[in-house]
Design a protein around this ligand. Structure first.
Ligand code: ATP
Length: 901
C-alpha cells in the first residue's frame, strides 16, 4: 500500500456516494453514468497494463442515512470475496458543491446539497469489465478497486464530464510507520487492537473459510495496516468509516479502529445470542413436528394413547394442586426424568405412578370446617348411639375445646372396648359433628413399619404407606382419621409400626410426616386422629401415653334390646329395601335372639341375626310382588281377548269391569293370597328357628358341663371382652406330671402349677378322697384342658378356677352350675385382684350365671357394673382360696365362708 506507492499530484476522481473506501479495502464499482463511463474509458480502459490509479472521494448528501449491513455478513463478504458498491452517481450528485474549503467542480448544478469530503483514497484497479446494455447498446463498466493510501484534496478540476483533483499523500511512508510503531503508546494501542481483532476472528471462526490465513495476517501484518483492513471489512456506518479515513495519525487510527471493532464485537455477540434463541425455538418447533408425526404413526397403528399429552395433563394437574415450593421442585425433576423415558422403559411406570400420587395428594385441599354446634353434635351422638353417656360426655368436651381453640393439640382419643360396641361409629359421628370427611385405616395385623410409612422407591412394587394412601383416598388434608385396632400392630424384624405411629400422632413431628415412598414431607398436623383398640395391655407405653383412653364396656341384654329396637332394626330394614310395613320384629323376639343366639359384649352378631331376618322377609316381599305381577299380568290378556281382539289399547270402561269379573273367576286363589300377604311379616319363635337355626345357647350348658367332678366355671377376659370358660381336670396313672391343653400362655401355665402344688400340699386338710390322696402325690398324671382350644388364653385370673377343678376332681364333688369365679392364686392360698371385672360379670350374666366369686380386692370395680345387673346377681368376695371353695360346691365346704356382698 502506501509504502510502495507513488501518488501522482493530479488524479481522476470517482465520487462514492455515502460510501467510503479505505486503504486495504476492495470494492466493485458499477459505472453507469456518462461521467463515470467517460472516466473509466479515458483513465483506465485504454491503459494496457490496467494498473491505472483513480481517486475515490466520498460525497454525502444531507439525507444520507447510515445503513450498515449485518456486521458478520459484511466481514465475511469482504474477507472472502470483496464487495461491490455502485459508484451510483445520480445525475444530481455530479456537480454537487464541494466542502467549504474546496472549489466545487463546475458545470453541473442541482438543487441537492451534496458535500465532497476533503479526503479520499487512491485506488488501484484490480479488474475491469465492459458491458453492453440491451437494447440501447449503451456501454457500462464494472471496475474492481483496491484502496491504497489516503490523500487530501487541494483543488477539484473538471475534465470534460468527470472531475480531477490536485492531491497530496497523507499516509506516512513505510519507514516513518516503522518508526512510529516503536512508540510505547502506539505499541499498547496496537496490542489492544490486535486483542479485540483476535476476539472477533474467534467469534467468526466457525463461519470463516480462510480463518488460518486471517489469523496469520493478524500475527504478521503491522497494526496500522490491520486497522484499516479490519475496519474496511465492515459495512459500518458512513460516519465511522469517514472518521477512520480521517484518522491520519497512527494513534488516532488504532484507537478508532479498536473502538469500531469493539462495537462490532458487541453487536455480533448480541446477534449470536438472538440467533441461538431463534435456533432453540426452531428445534422446539421441529420437536413439535416430530411429535405430530409420532401421533400420526400411532393413529395409523391404532395405538392412540398419547403419553405426551398425558404428561402435559399430569404437569398441569401438579401445578394446580398447590404443592409447597420444595415439593414442586422435586416433582419437576421427576417429571423431567419421565419425559426422557420411553413408555416401554423399565421405571417409566413407577415414575409415573409416583407423579400421579404427587398430583392427587390434597396439598392444599381441606374440608371447610363448620362452626361446631355443640347442641347439634349432642343430638347427633344421641340419635346415632344409645346409652354410652360417659363416652358421649367426653366427646362433647373434646368438641367444646376444639370449638374454642380450633388448632388445639388435644389428646388423641382412643376408644377401647370389645368388638361391636360402637367404637367405629362413634368416631364417624365425631367427623360428622366437625363437618369433616372420615377415613378408617385398619391397622389390625400390621407388623411392618413400611405399612405405615411406605417402602422406599428403590424397592420393586413399592407403595406409599397406609396413611398417605388414606389421605389420597379421602382427598382432603384435614379428615378425621380412625386408626382402627391400633393395639393389633406388632413389631417384628421388619421394624416397629408403633414407632411410625408415634411420629404420626406427635404434634411436633407430624407437620413434616415423612413417607418413605413419597420422599417429601407431608403435613398431617391438620388431621384429627381417633384410635380404637380392644385392649390397652398390649399397646406400647409411649403410644398409649399420647392417647386418652375412653373405655366402652360391653352392653347388658337390656341395653342391647334398646339398641336393637331403636337403631339396628330400622337400619337393617332400610339396608334391605323393606320397611316395618313388611316386617315386624317384636321386642320379645329380639330378647330371645339376644339370649339364645348371641353371647357377645357388643351388638355385631345381634345386628347380623336381625339382618338374616330382614333378608328372609325381603325374599317374601319380592316373591309376593312377583306373584302380584303374575296375577295382574295374566288378567290383562284375558281382558284383551274379551275386548273383541282390539288389543290393550281398547281397554275402556267396559273393559275394566269385564277384567275384574274374569280375573276373579280364573285366578281367585292368587289374588286372595296376595291380599293376605299385604299384612306385615311378624317374627315369631318358629320363624326365628327357621331363619337362625336352633338356639345356640339354651342356658343348660353350664349344668351339663359341671355334671361330673373335675370341672369348674371360670371367668376370663379375652380381646372380645369377658367370657365364661369351663376348666376340666382329669387324672390317670403316671408319674405325677401335669399336662395342659388349649392354647395357653406362660402365665396361665404357671397358674396351673401353683394350683396343683397348693392342692397337693393340702390334700389331707381338704379331706380329699384319702384313698387316692397318696397316689395323687406319687403316681398320677394330671391333665387340665381349657375347651375352645382355638382361642388363645393367658393371664393369672384362672388360678382359683384351676384349684376348684382339682379339688372337685379329687374330692369327687361337683361344683355349683350357677357359680362362676375369677381370681389369681398364690401358693399361700391368697386370692389376688384381676382385671376386666365388669366385662366378666357381664359375660356371666349373658350366660345365665347367677353367682360370681371375685377377689375381695376387686370390690371397687363393681361400681362400674350396671346396678340392674348387680340386682339380679349374687356377688361373693373372697380373700382366701378356702372362701372360694366354700362357696363353689353344692352344699358348701367345711371352710370359712366368703363374706356376702
Ligand atoms: N350404643 C349404640 N347405639 C347404636 N348402635 C350401636 C351402638 N353400639 C354399637 N352400635 C352399632 O353396632 C355396629 C357395630 O359397631 P362398630 O362397628 O362401631 O363397633 P366397633 O366397636 O368399632 O367394632 P370393632 O372393634 O370390631 O371395629 C354398628 O352398626 C353400630 O352402629
Amino acid at each position: 500500500m502506501a509504502e510502495h506507492f507513488e501518488l501522482p499530484s493530479t488524479i481522476a476522481i470517482l465520487p462514492s456516494r455515502n460510501k467510503v473506501l479505505l486503504p486495504g479495502g476492495v470494492v466493485g464499482v458499477r459505472c453507469t453514468s456518462a461521467a463515470s463511463v467517460q472516466l473509466v474509458e479515458q483513465e483506465l480502459w485504454q491503459k494496457e497494463d490496467l494498473k491505472g490509479l483513480i481517486g475515490v472521494v466520498p460525497m454525502h448528501d444531507s439525507q444520507a442515512s447510515d445503513r450498515p449491513l449485518s456486521p458478520r455478513a459484511s466481514m465475511l463478504q469482504f474477507l472472502q470475496e470483496g464487495k461491490n458498491f455502485d459508484c451510483g452517481e445520480r445525475k444530481s450528485s455530479v456537480g454537487a458543491p464541494p466542502p467549504s474549503d474546496l472549489q466545487p467542480p463546475v458545470g453541473r448544478q442541482t438543487n441537492e446539497t451534496i458535500h465532497w469530503h476533503p479526503r479520499g483514497v487512491a485506488a488501484r484497479v484490480l479488474a475491469l469489465q465492459q458491458h453492453m446494455e440491451k437494447p440501447t447498446s449503451r456501454v457500462t463498466y464494472t471496475v474492481v478497486l483496491e484502496g491504497r493510501c489516503r490523500f487530501g484534496v487541494q483543488e477539484f478540476n473538471v475534465h470534460d464530464l468527470y472531475n480531477t483533483a490536485r492531491v497530496t499523500q497523507l499516509d506516512s511512508t513505510k519507514a516513518e510507520m516503522e518508526q512510529a510503531e516503536k512508540d510505547p503508546e502506539v505499541q499498547v494501542l496496537a496490542r489492544q487492537f490486535k486483542s479485540v481483532a483476535g476476539d472477533l476472528i474467534s467469534l467468526l471462526e466457525p463461519k470463516l473459510k480462510a480463518v488460518e490465513r486471517t489469523k496469520a495476517l493478524l500475527e504478521t501484518a503491522s497494526a496500522h495496516k490491520l486497522a484499516d483492513i479490519f475496519v474496511a471489512s465492515f459495512e459500518g456506518s458512513f460516519d465511522q468509516r469517514l472518521a477512520m479515513l480521517d484518522a491520519v495519525d497512527l494513534r488516532q487510527r488504532l484507537l478508532k479502529a479498536t473502538e469500531i471493532i469493539t462495537c462490532h464485537l458487541q453487536t455480533l455477540r448480541v446477534a449470536e445470542k438472538i440467533s441461538m434463541k431463534v435456533e432453540g425455538h426452531l428445534s422446539k418447533s421441529q420437536k413439535d413436528v416430530l411429535r405430530q408425526q409420532i401421533r400420526a404413526i400411532k393413529d395409523e397403528l391404532g395405538d392412540n394413547d398419547d403419553d405426551e399429552d398425558d404428561i402435559v395433563a399430569l404437569e398441569r394437574k401438579m401445578q394446580s394442586v398447590g404443592m409447597p415450593a420444595n415439593v414442586w421442585k422435586h416433582a419437576q425433576r421427576e417429571l423431567r426424568r419421565l419425559r426422557k423415558m420411553q413408555p416401554q422403559q423399565p421405571g417409566y411406570g413407577s415414575s409415573r405412578t409416583y407423579l400421579e400420587l404427587l398430583a392427587e395428594l390434597p396439598w392444599q385441599i381441606s374440608s371447610e370446617e363448620q362452626e361446631i354446634d355443640l347442641v347439634a353434635a349432642k343430638d347427633r351422638l344421641d340419635s346415632d348411639h344409645y346409652g354410652l353417656s360417659k363416652v358421649k360426655k367426653r366427646i362433647i368436651e373434646y368438641l367444646a375445646v376444639r370449638k374454642l381453640k380450633p388448632d388445639a393439640r388435644g389428646p388423641v382419643l382412643c376408644f377401647v372396648g370389645p368388638p361391636g360396641v360402637g367404637k367405629t361409629s362413634l368416631a364417624s359421628s365425631i367427623a360428622g359433628a366437625l363437618g369433616r370427611r372420615f377415613i378408617r385405616l385398619s391397622l389390625g395385623g400390621v407388623k411392618d413399619e413400611a405399612d405405615i410409612r411406605g417402602h422406599r422407591r428403590t424397592y420393586i412394587g413399592s407403595m406409599p404407606g397406609r396413611l398417605i394412601e388414606g389421605i389420597k383416598r379421602v382427598g382432603v388434608n384435614n379428615p378425621v382419621m380412625l386408626l382402627d385396632e391400633i393395639d393389633k400392630t406388632g413389631a417384628d424384624v421388619r421394624g416397629d409400626p408403633a414407632s411410625a405411629l408415634l411420629e404420626v400422632l406427635d404434634p411436633e413431628q407430624n407437620k413434616t410426616f415423612n413417607d418413605h415412598y413419597l420422599n417429601v414431607p407431608f403435613d398431617v398436623s391438620k388431621v384429627v386422629f381417633v384410635a380404637t383398640a380392644n385392649r390397652v395391655q398390649t399397646m406400647p407405653a409411649p403410644l398409649l401415653d399420647r392417647m386418652e383412653v375412653i373405655e366402652l364396656p360391653g352392653y347388658t341384654p337390656e341395653e342391647k334390646l334398646h339398641i336393637a329396637m331403636r337403631h339396628l332394626i330400622p337400619r337393617v330394614l332400610e339396608q334391605h329395601g323393606i320397611t316395618n310395613k313388611h316386617l315386624k320384629i317384636p321386642e320379645p323376639m329380639v330378647e330371645l335372639t339376644i339370649q339364645r343366639y348371641t353371647r357377645e359384649a357388643g351388638v355385631r352378631n345381634l345386628e347380623r341375626h336381625l339382618a338374616a331376618l330382614a333378608r328372609a322377609a325381603a325374599v317374601k316381599v319380592a316373591e309376593r310382588e312377583q306373584s302380584m305381577r303374575r296375577v295382574t299380568g295374566d288378567m290383562i290378556p284375558e281382558v284383551s281377548l274379551m275386548d273383541h281382539g282390539e288389543g290393550r289399547g281398547g281397554l275402556g270402561d267396559a273393559g275394566g269391569v269385564e277384567m275384574e269379573v274374569e280375573a276373579v273367576g280364573i285366578h281367585g286363589r292368587e289374588v286372595a293370597s296376595a291380599m293376605t300377604d299385604l299384612e306385615p311379616l311378624l317374627v315369631d319363635e318358629a320363624m326365628l328357628e327357621v331363619v337362625l337355626g336352633p338356639p345356640r345357647f339354651d342356658g343348660k350348658e353350664a349344668a351339663e358341663r359341671v355334671a361330673t367332678p373335675g370341672v369348674a366355671v371360670g371367668l376370663v377376659w379375652t380381646v372380645v371382652g369377658g367370657e365364661v370358660q369351663f376348666v376340666e381336670a382329669t387324672a390317670m396313672l403316671g408319674k405325677g406330671d401335669i399336662h395342659l391343653t388349649g392354647q395357653l400362655g406362660d402365665v396361665i401355665k404357671e397358674s396351673a402349677q401353683i394350683a396343683l402344688t397348693w392342692v397337693r400340699a393340702r390334700a389331707a386338710e381338704l379331706k380329699l378322697a384319702v384313698a387316692e390322696a397318696g397316689s395323687l402325690l406319687k403316681d398320677r398324671d394330671i391333665h387340665i384342658h381349657f375347651p375352645a382350644g382355638a382361642v388363645p388364653k393367658d393371664g393369672p385370673s384362672a388360678g382359683v378356677t384351676l384349684v376348684t377343678a382339682l379339688v372337685s376332681l379329687f374330692g369327687k364333688r361337683c361344683v355349683r352350675a350357677d357359680t362362676a369365679m375369677t381370681g389369681e392364686m398364690t401358693l399361700r392360698g391368697l386370692v389376688l385382684p384381676v382385671g376386666g371385672v365388669k366385662d366378666k360379670i357381664l359375660a356371666a350374666h349373658r350366660c345365665g350365671i347367677q353367682r360370681v366369686i371375685l377377689p375381695e380386692r376387686n370390690r371397687k370395680d363393681l361400681q362400674e357394673v350396671p346396678a340392674a345387673i348387680l340386682a339380679n346377681m349374687e356377688i361373693l368376695l373372697a380373700k382366701r382360696m378356702e372362701d372360694v371353695l366354700h362357696q363353689a360346691f353344692e352344699g358348701g365346704c367345711p371352710w370359712k365362708p366368703a363374706s356376702r356382698l
